[in-house]
Write a protein that binds this ligand. Structure first.
Ligand SMILES: Cc1cc2nc3c(=O)[nH]c(=O)nc-3n(C[C@H](O)[C@H](O)[C@H](O)COP(=O)(O)OP(=O)(O)OC[C@H]3O[C@@H](n4cnc5c(N)ncnc54)[C@H](O)[C@@H]3O)c2cc1C
Length: 607
């Protein structure tokens, strides 16, 4: 085919960048006469995945930045945002714009796999050639699985061994970004899509109704309210500007600047060891905070790897102390690949307990409803699962955890930082995840993962659920007797309690002696420091001034109960895909177990 006749529709999804994009490179290598970079505003993410205001804003910033980059290379270009789901709109676009090739980056997330399968079939029927390239990971997750004997990658050493068989353990080198971009069709031809019948949008279940304070008009016109295929505004998607509270900004330019500053600090990169970075540091935080950029693809993970690798090699050459995998920065990126490949092997069930062969079944409180006898699989994988409130007390703990009013200042500071900023340090995530599950509340990790899914600006299904399984000791990690104290762990990193003072300002005046355990402060001191420790925090002001809640339970007692219960659950030894789990009879096994908190409770109530 002569380049004259080549019309490429480039479908941006996980790659909001121009630098090092193998799919974009392949698309431009076709030498197209017409090149149309498109984003389809997919109702699946708008309604059926939990997304908070901060992550919406981050996405819009990434899209705006990409659109501007296109414009700077070709004033007639932009990111063409089309407001309809991809499986219905793409075939219409191909027809109207005479598309010959569809090009996109591989996405191994469960929803994306089935969507892309459907799109490929439609393209085949329409005679459109499809080109797909991997660029979201260091190594192709499916290839890692194959090299790991077809099994989920459950440890870094498995990833390293599998990667060794792919390219001697080295990710491909980054590709240069384009210097020029061909034209799209003229605006009149582009706008012909307005004549097409818009499909009815499937807006139920709407998991983001609460996030959207205002009226949304995101699907009223396929080309957007101005008819210019523009990146939506917050207002158009029904989100008020005041609900965006994150200080973290999106976009390729921002990502490249952060990476540049990071690698210029040779000591930082050379000595980086994750366990030695503080969860209490803010402005600046102690790790790179590049995760949201990797999530949206505003940064290439291979560029991250190689820029860091060059610093490490230089240091090694100069015989300077240099950290190594898995605690150094490349090690962190391998953890990311580990979770992607584990998800690629397990499929949609990776995000749940039911049907997931790698996850242990623990008899948590607030289990997903699909674990009940008549439970069904969440085939759409859209997080619509409901849960069973087996204990009103656990439900209350879960709510207090989510809202940052547990009465444990370290936990509350982190949960409020998460809500405000959409990002917390990895060890902060450890603390709050352990506290909600095996180290305090004994609430299902699936509840915690759903809260993170909404609030994180870096939410990545594979990494989120993978890490929740790790922290709850249901997969990847099994040392459940190693538990984070909400008091001692924070104190170790931040003896002055600065993180607490920032995010729990009602305790700002407390002496460092009491900042982690304010309930122990004498009443006279509490009054002097302007905050009484009383109630459950549901009312922030009381008659005598500001208040902070009492701890919601005795942590030492809860830790012991959780430890005993975990031990019993490990003895029962069920996993998510076992017959007893799939047919809903698993509870019987726990009822027979004497050592378990919940089974004892149940036996008592059943009598
Ligand atoms: C309960 C829980 C939930 C999590 N949910 C997510 C999530 O939804 N999305 C997400 O990207 N990370 C998640 N993580 C992993 C990790 O906490 C973040 O990737 C990291 O804190 C991001 O900050 P950073 O960019 O400064 O990391 P850095 O320490 O600078 O690491 C560089 C990059 O390596 C990757 N990385 C580092 N640690 C991990 C890890 N343990 N697992 C996977 N990738 C890692 C990230 O892409 C990160 O940007 C979660 C961790 C826990 C304990």
């Amino acid at each position: 085919m002569s380049p004259k006749n080549i019309v490429v529709l480039y479908w941006h999804r996980t790659d909001l960048r121009l630098h090092d994009s193998p799919a974009l490179h392949a698309a431009l290598a076709l030498n197209p006469s017409i090149f149309i970079p498109v984003w389809t505003w997919d109702p699946h993410y708008v309604y059926h995945s939990r997304v908070g205001a901060n992550r919406w804003q981050f996405l819009l910033e990434c899209q705006t930045s990409l659109s501007n980059s296109y414009k700077s290379l070709n004033p007639n270009q932009q990111l063409w945002v089309v407001r309809e789901g991809p499986t219905t709109v793409l075939p219409k676009l191909w027809k109207i714009w005479g598309v010959t090739h569809l090009v996109f980056e591989t996405d191994t997330d469960s929803y994306a796999r089935s969507r892309d399968g459907e799109v490929q079939q439609l393209a085949k029927e329409a005679g459109v050639e499809v080109i797909i390239r991997m660029g979201r990971n260091l190594f192709d997750p499916d290839e890692l699985v194959r090299k790991n004997g077809g099994k989920a990658t459950m440890s870094i050493s498995q990833v390293e061994r599998a990667a060794e068989k792919i390219n001697g353990g080295e990710p491909a080198k980054p590709l240069a970004g384009p210097k020029e971009i061909p034209d799209a069709w003229g605006i009149e031809k582009m706008k012909e899509v307005e004549a097409i019948k818009t499909e009815k949008i499937d807006a139920t279940p709407d998991l983001n109704a609460e996030v959207r304070g205002g009226v949304e008009n995101q699907y009223e016109r396929i080309t957007g309210p101005k008819g210019d295929f523009g990146v939506p505004t917050l207002k158009e998607i029904g989100i008020s500007e005041s609900s965006v509270t994150t200080p973290h900004r999106g976009g390729e330019e921002v990502a490249l600047k952060i990476l540049k500053e990071c690698v210029e600090d040779e000591e930082y990169v050379g000595r980086f060891e994750k366990p030695n970075t503080s969860p209490a540091d803010f402005e600046p935080q102690s790790t790179t905070l590049l995760s949201p950029h990797l999530h949206f693809g505003s940064l290439s993970v291979r560029k991250f790897w190689w820029d860091v690798q060059h610093v490490l090699e230089k240091r090694k050459g100069a015989k300077k102390p240099t950290s190594s995998v898995p605690t150094n920065l490349p090690g962190q990126l391998l953890f990311r690949d580990m979770y992607f490949a584990a998800q690629a092997a397990v499929g949609p069930a990776f995000a749940t307990t039911r049907g997931n062969p790698v996850v242990r079944l623990i008899d948590w409180h607030l289990q997903s409803k699909n674990l009940e006898k008549d439970g069904t699989d969440d085939k759409r994988g859209d997080g619509t699962r409901e849960y069973t409130v087996d204990s009103p007390e656990a439900e209350e703990w879960f709510t207090r955890w989510k809202e940052g009013r547990t009465g444990f200042p370290w936990i509350d500071a982190l949960m409020r930082q998460l809500k405000q900023e959409g990002w917390i340090h990895h060890l902060g995530r450890h603390s709050v995840a352990c506290f909600l599950t095996r180290g305090g509340c004994y609430v299902s990790w699936e509840r915690g993962a759903e809260v993170f899914e909404e609030l994180l600006i870096d939410h990545e299904t594979a990494c989120n659920v993978g890490n929740w399984m790790w922290l709850s000791c249901t997969a990847f990690f099994a040392q459940f007797y190693r538990c984070y104290s909400p008091i001692a762990f924070g104190k170790k990193w931040d003896p002055q309690g600065d993180l607490i003072r920032k995010y729990v300002p009602e305790l700002a005046e407390f002496d460092k002696k009491y900042i982690y355990e304010p309930w122990k402060a004498p009443i006279a001191d509490q009054k002097k420091w302007g905050c009484r420790v009383t109630g459950d925090g549901s009312i922030s002001k009381s008659e005598d001034g500001q208040t902070y809640p009492k701890p919601m339970f005795d942590f030492d007692k809860r830790r012991q109960i959780c430890l005993d219960s975990m031990k019993s659950a490990y003895d029962v030894g069920l996993h998510g895909a076992d017959k007893d789990v799939m047919n809903g009879s698993w509870e019987k096994k726990f009822l027979m177990d004497e050592g378990n908190e919940k089974s004892n409770k149940r036996q008592k109530t059943e009598k």
